[in-house]
Design a protein around this ligand. Sequence first.
Ligand SMILES: Nc1ncnc2c1ncn2[C@@H]1O[C@H](COP(=O)(O)OP(=O)(O)OP(=O)(O)O)[C@@H](O)[C@H]1O
Ligand SMILES: [Mg+2]
Length: 279
Amino acid sequence: MNGALLEVRGLRVEFDGFRAIDGVDLTVEQGELRFLIGPNGAGKTTLIDVITGLTRPAAGSVRFEGWDLVGRREHEIVRMGVGRTFQTSVVFEQLTVTENLDLAASFRRPLWALARRRRGVSEAVDAAMRTTGLTELAGRPAGVLSHGQRQWLEIGMLIAQRPRLLLLDEPVAGMSGEERVRTGELLTEIAKDHTVIVIEHDMDFLRRYASQVTVLHEGKVLVEGSVEQVRADPRVQEVYLGRRAEPGTDAGAGPGPAGGPAEAPDAGPVVGTSVGEGM
Ligand SMILES: Nc1ncnc2c1ncn2[C@@H]1O[C@H](COP(=O)(O)OP(=O)(O)OP(=O)(O)O)[C@@H](O)[C@H]1O
Ligand SMILES: [Mg+2]
């Protein structure tokens, strides 16, 4: 392994000739909590899809601990230590919290371990339960959990697989303010012993919990840096704010930047918060 945990180079993804990712380089060091932001359609989810083997790139490489992930199957990449959540929930509603965690943990468990399992809850499951604060809900079916609790269960299911790299796609979407705070604390906790990449739109959330941020726009890396650098960057303000840019910038002129009409719903919290404010 040569330094970085994840190295993406010259990545290009095409859907019927449309370049969803168009020449992305991304380096994430061991132990980082990296935020990935960008308007709707910027290519954030597609980037995670490529890293996790769901989508094959037209060009470029993805190295994890020095190994090229391109061309590997999804389950192989999970076994190598890369775990992800999806934009939509994937818990088993009829199973309890413990059963969901146990099932997730078993994906990476070698066969011999499966054969001797079930002497109580495994250590990985127990740890995931404690980290996510779900211990009191252990025996409840996942179907009765609140939206926030489901998200934490999904994150717990990831941790139970003992990944070295976690990729979280909009974990706080649809959460209440209180749930967001708990999630931020959870991410901070997880980042102590994992490398984490989080896709998020909410600028308030970033301001509180992010250090390094990568901004994607139209399949390219627009800016990369600290939250302060990113927030102060006029290109980011233009892409995110369009007509609602800071006074004194000219980004207000056009009918909205390249993100176009699709930008509206998800980008809401960011626009509402104003990227440049409070600096
Ligand atoms: N399977 C696919 N087939 C065709 N086009 C796709 C496919 N997946 C994604 N795209 C397109 O690629 C672009 C990037 O999509 P992606 O889902 O990566 O964006 P995103 O940054 O995650 O956006 P959002 O914030 O809405 O989740 C979009 O224009 C999208 O319509
Ligand atoms: Mg997405």
